[in-house]
Design a binder for this molecule. Structure first.
Ligand code: AMP
Ligand code: ZN
Ligand code: FE
Ligand code: FE
Length: 285
């Protein structure tokens, strides 16, 4: 089977593999098309695309932008974006600033909760990456306060846990609008997260579609068969594209592999045609 994967992270954000390592692993996994979708950054794209040319993996330039819908964080994927568009960098600079404002506050709260940890060590371990909660989680593991990243989220970092700090997030209109402005196709990532909203999902989709959303990531590592079918049928009913991806992060999400997710992820290559057609049509418009 031809395998594709339209959602993966690198060391440019909170993944543990470099862009080159990610692309090589995708190749080993039989992935023919890979979208690199780091959080609020395009810093890994040029290396990933160059490596893709070397080893024979089609790399789609992508991004994943966090936004706030009502009081729930949703993520919007952008595909076939133009990383050189001048509108992109000022927005990304704002998102970086909001993370840089939040991360030290999370660490301070952890200190108040008795965890000896400095923001300097989190930053140092993350290198040049966009620091995210997974980096803080890994620092807690290294310090021995928790035994895994997921325990760190459960006990401290999840948005209902004691060290959670909100950050200023763009609205869905801004996130979707930015992706469209830079030539991309905006897609709602891991729609199962939207189930935390009180509003019915169909209505959320209709609202996002009104703002310019073009697709839903119906096929996702942690979706079961029923969820996948449901999101597929909602996408069809609303005239939205269906996409799919693993959300591979490397060590930050153990047991989750690029291409195959938790083992039975299968993203059909046939999904690419309508995406590419739409991207082309938007370029010409
Ligand atoms: P941030 O962008 O700093 O808010 O961090 C969000 C990142 O944390 C996303 O990449 C998620 O995949 C990851 N994340 C959120 N919740 C969990 C969890 N319970 N376990 C592991 N990773 C998580
Ligand atoms: Zn992530
Ligand atoms: Fe996400
Ligand atoms: Fe992601």
């Amino acid at each position: 089977m031809v395998r594709i994967d339209l959602h993966a992270h690198t060391t440019a954000s909170d993944g543990s593999l470099t862009p080159e390592e990610l692309v090589r692993l995708a190749k080993q996994q039989g992935v023919t098309t890979l979208a690199v979708t780091d959080h609020d950054t395009i810093a890994g794209l040029s290396q990933a695309m160059a490596e893709g040319e070397q080893v024979g993996v089609d790399v789609i330039p992508g991004i994943e932008i966090s936004c706030l819908y009502s009081d729930v964080e949703l993520h919007i994927l952008g595909y076939f974006i133009n990383p050189d568009d001048p509108h992109l960098e000022p927005a990304l600079a704002r998102y970086r600033a909001s993370r840089e404002d939040r991360n030290p506050r999370i660490v301070q709260r952890l200190q108040e909760l008795g965890c000896t940890l400095t923001y300097a060590e989190v930053k140092a371990a993350a290198g040049t990456a966009t620091v995210g909660r997974p980096h803080i989680a890994q620092a807690l593991v290294r310090r021995g306060y928790v035994s895994s990243v997921s325990e760190a989220f459960d006990r401290y970092l999840a948005d209902d846990a004691p060290a959670y700090m909100p950050r200023l997030l763009p609205s869905p209109a801004e996130a979707i609008g930015l992706i469209r402005q830079i030539g991309g196709i905006p897609v709602l990532a891991h729609p199962v997260y939207a189930s935390r909203l009180k509003e019915p999902f169909e209505q959320v989709c209709a609202t996002l579609k009104g703002l310019g959303l073009l697709g839903i990531e119906a096929i996702y590592s942690s979706h079961n068969r029923q969820q996948t079918d449901r999101y597929r049928s909602i996408s069809r009913n609303q005239g939205l594209l269906v996409t799919g991806g693993s959300d591979f992060h490397g060590e930050a999400k153990p047991n989750l592999l690029v291409g195959t997710g938790y083992g039975n992820l299968a993203v059909p290559a046939a999904l690419l045609e309508p995406m590419k057609a739409l991207a082309e049509a938007r370029k010409e418009a």
